[in-house]
Design a protein around this ligand. Structure first.
Ligand SMILES: Nc1ncnc2c1ncn2[C@@H]1O[C@H](COP(=O)(O)OP(=O)(O)OP(=O)(O)O)[C@@H](O)[C@H]1O
Ligand SMILES: [Mg+2]
Length: 306
């Protein structure tokens, strides 16, 4: 079931001088971690703001849970952590969750149960009664995440949730997001941390100048289908065998990379290698990092957009 569905969504600012979103159409399925990537100013925050009802689209339409975004009843099922969020510094962590929870329409009895659970989830339980003005950047992100979950939402929008968080904290947030996905919640993430996104996302979209350039899974983006990495017991001799068979082959350390047209050609090489007494230790399609892929896509689409 599609939880988010946009059709030709367009947002112009400054009387059309800035085209922050252009004809953006996408669907996100229930229970997915969906990540939106794009350089600064690509339109990522604008898309979230349109979907949560903070800014109005100029053209196009969008549905959340099958309902138009103009329908306010959907808001009780949404959580939102905004980019560079700020909370009143004189409130304690617990007070923030209480006040925002009340504003989100959560019953006080539910809040008394839910607040300690959330403080534990984001590893802030010892800081419940501390004013957030004293919080570090990472702690602010965690309380922001807890606040986005206060109404137990089915769909959570997180705009740069790991910004300013150290590596251990980022791993903890990754684990929280996976836990939420396992509960059937849908997560929409904006992030610049590509190694992070690579680890948790079920699907990724790349946005530039408000336009969708690519969408797919991390596996689809990072596997180079016609290149295979092979480890064998005698790499130098194997390289010679490839040269005899006229197969492009590069040897780096003990790792051989073969360029082959398809899986049949790969199997044929394996047969020949086995017939020649080689022991094959491992074979896998060659991969590039999501960061390499991202830069490649942006380079390929470098052309000016009006
Ligand atoms: N309220 C606004 N008024 C005018 N222009 C705006 C407004 N908000 C955003 N923009 C412009 O719209 C474009 C998209 O901005 P947006 O904040 O959505 O990008 P982003 O992808 O989230 O960038 P970043 O990675 O820096 O957070 C930018 O050119 C930005 O300057
Ligand atoms: Mg942004």
């Amino acid at each position: 079931m599609a939880i988010i569905e946009t059709q030709s969504l367009t947002k112009h600012y400054s009387n059309g001088k800035i085209k922050a979103l252009r004809d953006f159409s996408i669907t996100v399925e229930k229970g997915a971690i969906f990540s939106l990537l794009g350089p600064n100013g690509a339109g990522k925050t604008t898309l979230i703001k349109v979907l949560v009802g903070i800014v109005r689209p100029t053209q196009g339409s969008a549905m959340l849970f099958g309902q138009p975004i103009q329908d306010h009843s959907i808001h009780s099922r949404i959580g939102y952590l905004s980019e560079n969020h700020r909370f009143p510094p004189f409130l304690t962590a617990k007070q923030i969750l209480y006040h925002y929870g009340k504003m989100a329409g959560v019953k006080p009895s539910d809040l008394h149960r839910r607040i300690p659970e959330l403080m534990k989830l984001v590893h802030l339980e010892k800081w419940s009664n501390t004013k957030v003005g004293k919080f570090s950047k990472g702690m602010m992100q965690r309380i922001g995440l807890a606040h986005a979950l206060i109404n137990n939402p089915d769909l959570v929008f997180l705009d740069e949730p790991t910004d300013g968080i150290d590596p251990i904290g980022r791993r903890e947030i990754r684990d929280i997001l996976k836990k939420l996905r396992d509960q059937g919640k849908t997560i929409f993430l904006n992030s610049h941390l590509l190694s992070e996104v690579e680890r948790i996302s079920d699907e990724i979209a790349i946005l530039r100048h408000g336009q969708l350039l690519q969408r797919g899974t991390v596996q689809e983006f990072t596997a180079i289908k016609q290149q295979f990495e092979i480890r064998v017991d005698k790499p130098q001799e194997f390289k010679q065998l490839c040269a005899d068979l006229d197969i492009p082959c590069h040897l780096t350390g003990h790792q051989l990379t073969l360029v082959l047209p398809d899986y049949e050609a790969l199997n044929s090489v394996v047969d020949k290698a086995r017939a020649n007494g080689f022991l094959i230790l491992a074979i896998q399609p060659r991969k590039i990092s999501l960061e390499d892929y991202f830069i490649q896509v942006l380079d390929e689409n470098r052309g000016e957009i009006a």
